[in-house]
Write a protein that binds this ligand. Structure first.
Ligand SMILES: Nc1ncnc2c1ncn2[C@@H]1O[C@H](COP(=O)(O)OP(=O)(O)OP(=O)(O)O)[C@@H](O)[C@H]1O
Ligand SMILES: [Mg+2]
Length: 263
Protein backbone atom coordinates (compact mmCIF):
# COMPACT_ATOMS: atom_id res chain seq x y z
CA UNK A 1 0.00 0.00 0.00
CA UNK A 2 2.78 2.42 0.96
CA UNK A 3 6.40 2.09 -0.16
CA UNK A 4 9.14 4.41 1.03
CA UNK A 5 12.41 3.93 -0.81
CA UNK A 6 15.79 5.42 0.02
CA UNK A 7 14.24 8.51 1.59
CA UNK A 8 16.55 11.27 2.80
CA UNK A 9 15.11 14.39 4.42
CA UNK A 10 16.98 17.44 5.61
CA UNK A 11 16.14 20.57 7.58
CA UNK A 12 18.86 23.02 6.54
CA UNK A 13 22.08 21.54 7.90
CA UNK A 14 20.30 18.76 9.85
CA UNK A 15 20.01 15.42 8.09
CA UNK A 16 16.89 13.95 9.74
CA UNK A 17 16.47 10.83 7.56
CA UNK A 18 19.18 9.04 5.61
CA UNK A 19 18.05 6.57 2.93
CA UNK A 20 15.11 5.12 4.83
CA UNK A 21 13.10 2.34 3.19
CA UNK A 22 9.87 0.98 4.60
CA UNK A 23 6.71 -0.82 3.51
CA UNK A 24 3.17 -0.73 4.83
CA UNK A 25 1.27 -3.71 3.39
CA UNK A 26 -2.45 -3.38 2.75
CA UNK A 27 -4.61 -3.85 5.90
CA UNK A 28 -1.63 -3.90 8.26
CA UNK A 29 -0.39 -2.08 11.34
CA UNK A 30 3.28 -1.09 11.05
CA UNK A 31 5.16 0.37 14.00
CA UNK A 32 8.18 2.67 13.86
CA UNK A 33 10.16 2.81 17.09
CA UNK A 34 12.95 5.18 17.90
CA UNK A 35 14.12 7.55 20.59
CA UNK A 36 13.90 11.35 20.60
CA UNK A 37 15.24 12.89 17.44
CA UNK A 38 15.41 9.58 15.54
CA UNK A 39 13.38 11.06 12.69
CA UNK A 40 9.99 9.44 13.37
CA UNK A 41 7.91 12.60 12.96
CA UNK A 42 9.96 13.58 9.93
CA UNK A 43 9.07 10.27 8.28
CA UNK A 44 5.32 10.85 8.82
CA UNK A 45 5.62 14.47 7.65
CA UNK A 46 7.32 13.40 4.44
CA UNK A 47 4.56 10.86 3.76
CA UNK A 48 1.76 13.36 4.40
CA UNK A 49 3.57 16.14 2.54
CA UNK A 50 3.69 18.39 5.63
CA UNK A 51 7.51 18.40 5.90
CA UNK A 52 7.61 21.62 3.85
CA UNK A 53 5.62 23.41 6.56
CA UNK A 54 8.55 22.60 8.86
CA UNK A 55 11.13 23.71 6.28
CA UNK A 56 12.10 20.13 5.56
CA UNK A 57 13.30 19.04 2.13
CA UNK A 58 13.28 15.62 0.51
CA UNK A 59 16.79 15.21 -0.86
CA UNK A 60 16.42 11.81 -2.45
CA UNK A 61 14.22 8.77 -2.53
CA UNK A 62 10.57 8.21 -3.24
CA UNK A 63 7.27 7.54 -1.53
CA UNK A 64 4.52 5.76 -3.37
CA UNK A 65 0.99 5.11 -2.20
CA UNK A 66 -1.02 2.52 -4.09
CA UNK A 67 1.47 2.77 -6.91
CA UNK A 68 1.30 6.57 -7.20
CA UNK A 69 4.27 8.77 -6.30
CA UNK A 70 3.17 11.07 -3.46
CA UNK A 71 6.42 12.72 -2.37
CA UNK A 72 5.79 15.76 -4.54
CA UNK A 73 2.15 16.16 -3.57
CA UNK A 74 0.80 18.76 -1.20
CA UNK A 75 -0.89 17.72 2.07
CA UNK A 76 -4.42 18.37 0.77
CA UNK A 77 -3.90 15.96 -2.11
CA UNK A 78 -2.61 13.18 0.12
CA UNK A 79 -5.62 13.60 2.44
CA UNK A 80 -7.91 13.38 -0.56
CA UNK A 81 -6.17 10.11 -1.51
CA UNK A 82 -6.93 8.74 1.95
CA UNK A 83 -3.60 9.24 3.73
CA UNK A 84 -4.38 11.08 6.96
CA UNK A 85 -1.91 12.11 9.64
CA UNK A 86 -2.57 12.70 13.33
CA UNK A 87 0.28 15.04 14.22
CA UNK A 88 2.42 14.86 17.34
CA UNK A 89 0.90 16.49 20.41
CA UNK A 90 -2.77 15.84 19.52
CA UNK A 91 -3.57 19.11 17.80
CA UNK A 92 -7.20 19.84 18.44
CA UNK A 93 -9.04 23.13 18.62
CA UNK A 94 -9.51 23.85 22.33
CA UNK A 95 -12.13 26.53 21.87
CA UNK A 96 -14.27 24.42 19.58
CA UNK A 97 -16.65 21.75 20.81
CA UNK A 98 -16.10 18.05 20.25
CA UNK A 99 -18.66 18.14 17.42
CA UNK A 100 -17.04 21.16 15.76
CA UNK A 101 -13.61 19.54 15.98
CA UNK A 102 -14.97 16.45 14.24
CA UNK A 103 -16.48 18.62 11.52
CA UNK A 104 -13.08 20.22 10.84
CA UNK A 105 -11.67 16.70 10.42
CA UNK A 106 -14.05 16.04 7.54
CA UNK A 107 -12.76 19.03 5.56
CA UNK A 108 -10.77 17.96 2.55
CA UNK A 109 -11.85 14.36 2.90
CA UNK A 110 -11.97 12.28 -0.24
CA UNK A 111 -15.75 12.07 -0.02
CA UNK A 112 -17.97 14.59 1.64
CA UNK A 113 -20.81 12.09 1.48
CA UNK A 114 -20.81 9.69 4.37
CA UNK A 115 -19.89 12.36 6.90
CA UNK A 116 -22.74 11.24 9.15
CA UNK A 117 -21.62 7.64 9.02
CA UNK A 118 -18.05 8.68 9.80
CA UNK A 119 -19.34 10.52 12.85
CA UNK A 120 -21.36 7.48 13.93
CA UNK A 121 -18.23 5.36 13.63
CA UNK A 122 -16.27 7.82 15.79
CA UNK A 123 -18.95 7.88 18.48
CA UNK A 124 -19.15 4.10 18.42
CA UNK A 125 -15.40 3.84 18.97
CA UNK A 126 -15.39 6.62 21.56
CA UNK A 127 -18.65 6.76 23.54
CA UNK A 128 -17.00 9.36 25.80
CA UNK A 129 -16.91 11.78 22.91
CA UNK A 130 -20.63 11.29 22.32
CA UNK A 131 -21.31 12.18 25.97
CA UNK A 132 -19.19 15.30 25.56
CA UNK A 133 -20.09 16.33 22.05
CA UNK A 134 -21.17 19.86 22.97
CA UNK A 135 -18.29 20.47 25.37
CA UNK A 136 -15.25 22.54 24.45
CA UNK A 137 -12.29 20.35 23.61
CA UNK A 138 -9.99 22.25 26.00
CA UNK A 139 -11.98 20.80 28.90
CA UNK A 140 -11.39 17.18 27.92
CA UNK A 141 -8.81 15.01 29.71
CA UNK A 142 -5.55 14.17 27.93
CA UNK A 143 -6.84 10.75 26.93
CA UNK A 144 -10.12 12.18 25.63
CA UNK A 145 -8.21 14.78 23.63
CA UNK A 146 -6.17 11.99 22.03
CA UNK A 147 -9.41 10.16 21.23
CA UNK A 148 -10.76 13.36 19.66
CA UNK A 149 -7.56 13.73 17.60
CA UNK A 150 -8.03 10.16 16.34
CA UNK A 151 -11.74 10.82 15.76
CA UNK A 152 -10.97 13.92 13.67
CA UNK A 153 -8.66 11.90 11.47
CA UNK A 154 -11.30 9.17 11.02
CA UNK A 155 -13.75 11.82 9.76
CA UNK A 156 -11.57 12.06 6.63
CA UNK A 157 -12.18 8.36 5.76
CA UNK A 158 -8.51 7.33 5.88
CA UNK A 159 -7.24 4.23 4.10
CA UNK A 160 -3.89 4.79 5.77
CA UNK A 161 -3.72 6.47 9.16
CA UNK A 162 -0.39 8.01 10.22
CA UNK A 163 -0.21 8.25 14.02
CA UNK A 164 2.55 10.19 15.78
CA UNK A 165 3.09 8.97 19.36
CA UNK A 166 -0.56 8.66 20.41
CA UNK A 167 0.48 7.30 23.83
CA UNK A 168 2.60 10.30 24.76
CA UNK A 169 1.86 11.56 28.27
CA UNK A 170 -1.07 9.22 28.88
CA UNK A 171 -1.62 6.92 31.86
CA UNK A 172 -0.94 3.20 31.27
CA UNK A 173 -4.62 2.21 31.22
CA UNK A 174 -5.35 4.90 28.64
CA UNK A 175 -2.39 3.75 26.55
CA UNK A 176 -3.86 0.27 26.64
CA UNK A 177 -7.22 1.64 25.42
CA UNK A 178 -5.48 3.50 22.60
CA UNK A 179 -3.84 0.21 21.60
CA UNK A 180 -7.25 -1.49 21.50
CA UNK A 181 -8.66 1.37 19.42
CA UNK A 182 -5.81 1.04 16.92
CA UNK A 183 -6.59 -2.68 16.57
CA UNK A 184 -10.29 -1.96 16.08
CA UNK A 185 -9.62 0.74 13.47
CA UNK A 186 -7.41 -1.75 11.66
CA UNK A 187 -10.07 -4.49 11.87
CA UNK A 188 -12.47 -2.05 10.22
CA UNK A 189 -10.14 -1.91 7.21
CA UNK A 190 -7.76 0.99 7.79
CA UNK A 191 -3.98 0.45 7.65
CA UNK A 192 -1.97 2.20 10.35
CA UNK A 193 1.58 3.50 10.42
CA UNK A 194 2.23 4.00 14.13
CA UNK A 195 5.21 5.99 15.41
CA UNK A 196 5.83 5.28 19.08
CA UNK A 197 8.36 5.39 21.88
CA UNK A 198 6.10 3.06 23.84
CA UNK A 199 7.49 -0.10 22.32
CA UNK A 200 5.43 -2.50 24.39
CA UNK A 201 2.13 -1.07 23.15
CA UNK A 202 3.36 -0.59 19.59
CA UNK A 203 4.76 -4.11 19.23
CA UNK A 204 1.61 -5.59 20.74
CA UNK A 205 -0.64 -4.05 18.08
CA UNK A 206 1.72 -4.08 15.07
CA UNK A 207 2.25 -6.76 12.44
CA UNK A 208 5.59 -5.34 11.27
CA UNK A 209 8.01 -2.98 12.94
CA UNK A 210 11.03 -0.81 12.16
CA UNK A 211 13.57 0.74 14.49
CA UNK A 212 14.86 4.17 13.48
CA UNK A 213 18.23 5.11 14.88
CA UNK A 214 19.37 8.69 14.19
CA UNK A 215 17.76 8.79 10.79
CA UNK A 216 18.46 5.28 9.56
CA UNK A 217 16.59 1.99 9.84
CA UNK A 218 18.66 -0.19 12.18
CA UNK A 219 16.24 -3.13 12.45
CA UNK A 220 13.05 -4.31 10.84
CA UNK A 221 10.94 -7.42 10.81
CA UNK A 222 7.74 -8.83 12.20
CA UNK A 223 6.72 -7.21 15.49
CA UNK A 224 7.24 -10.56 17.18
CA UNK A 225 10.78 -10.97 15.80
CA UNK A 226 11.71 -7.45 16.78
CA UNK A 227 10.38 -7.78 20.32
CA UNK A 228 12.70 -10.76 20.77
CA UNK A 229 15.91 -9.00 19.64
CA UNK A 230 18.47 -7.90 22.22
CA UNK A 231 18.47 -4.33 20.93
CA UNK A 232 14.74 -3.87 21.34
CA UNK A 233 14.69 -5.74 24.64
CA UNK A 234 17.43 -3.55 26.08
CA UNK A 235 16.67 -0.17 24.61
CA UNK A 236 12.92 -0.21 24.34
CA UNK A 237 11.47 -2.89 26.54
CA UNK A 238 13.81 -2.51 29.51
CA UNK A 239 14.62 -6.21 29.75
CA UNK A 240 18.39 -5.83 29.33
CA UNK A 241 21.18 -7.51 31.25
CA UNK A 242 21.65 -4.28 33.22
CA UNK A 243 18.15 -4.48 34.56
CA UNK A 244 18.45 -8.10 35.60
CA UNK A 245 21.57 -7.26 37.60
CA UNK A 246 19.67 -4.47 39.33
CA UNK A 247 21.44 -1.56 37.62
CA UNK A 248 19.40 1.62 37.28
CA UNK A 249 17.38 1.88 34.10
CA UNK A 250 17.66 4.76 31.70
CA UNK A 251 14.85 7.30 32.20
CA UNK A 252 12.80 6.45 29.14
CA UNK A 253 9.08 6.91 28.86
CA UNK A 254 8.59 3.47 27.43
CA UNK A 255 10.28 1.78 30.35
CA UNK A 256 8.15 3.31 33.04
CA UNK A 257 5.07 2.41 31.07
CA UNK A 258 6.20 -1.15 30.54
CA UNK A 259 6.80 -1.82 34.21
CA UNK A 260 3.06 -1.64 34.76
CA UNK A 261 2.21 -3.37 31.56
CA UNK A 262 4.28 -6.48 31.35
CA UNK A 263 1.68 -8.91 32.66
N1 LIG B 1 11.67 22.01 11.77
C1 LIG B 1 12.90 21.53 12.04
N2 LIG B 1 14.00 22.28 11.79
C2 LIG B 1 15.24 21.81 12.05
N3 LIG B 1 15.50 20.59 12.54
C3 LIG B 1 14.44 19.80 12.80
C4 LIG B 1 13.09 20.23 12.57
N4 LIG B 1 12.26 19.24 12.93
C5 LIG B 1 13.05 18.23 13.35
N5 LIG B 1 14.36 18.56 13.28
C6 LIG B 1 15.51 17.69 13.60
O1 LIG B 1 15.42 16.52 12.82
C7 LIG B 1 15.76 15.37 13.58
C8 LIG B 1 14.58 14.39 13.61
O2 LIG B 1 13.50 15.02 14.28
P1 LIG B 1 12.07 14.34 14.45
O3 LIG B 1 11.17 15.35 15.05
O4 LIG B 1 11.67 13.73 13.18
O5 LIG B 1 12.40 13.19 15.51
P2 LIG B 1 11.42 12.25 16.34
O6 LIG B 1 11.93 10.87 16.19
O7 LIG B 1 10.02 12.51 15.94
O8 LIG B 1 11.67 12.74 17.83
P3 LIG B 1 10.64 12.82 19.08
O9 LIG B 1 10.54 11.44 19.63
O10 LIG B 1 11.35 13.74 20.03
O11 LIG B 1 9.35 13.37 18.60
C9 LIG B 1 16.17 15.89 14.95
O12 LIG B 1 17.55 16.04 14.97
C10 LIG B 1 15.48 17.23 15.03
O13 LIG B 1 16.19 18.11 15.88
MG1 LIG C 1 8.39 13.16 16.92
Amino acid sequence: MLTVEGLSVRYGAVQALDRVSLEVPDQSVVAVLGSNGAGKSTLLRAISGTHRLHKGRIEQGSISYEGQPVHKMNPATTVALGVVQIPEGRRIFGRLTVDENLRTGAMGAKRSAGRGSARDRVFELFPRLLERRTQRAALLSGGEQQMLAIGRALMAHPNLLLMDEPSLGLAPQVVEQIGEIILEINRQGTSVLLVEQNASMALRVADLAYVLDVGTVSLHGSAEELAATDEVQKLYLGHGAGQQSGAPRAPRRSLTQLSRWSG
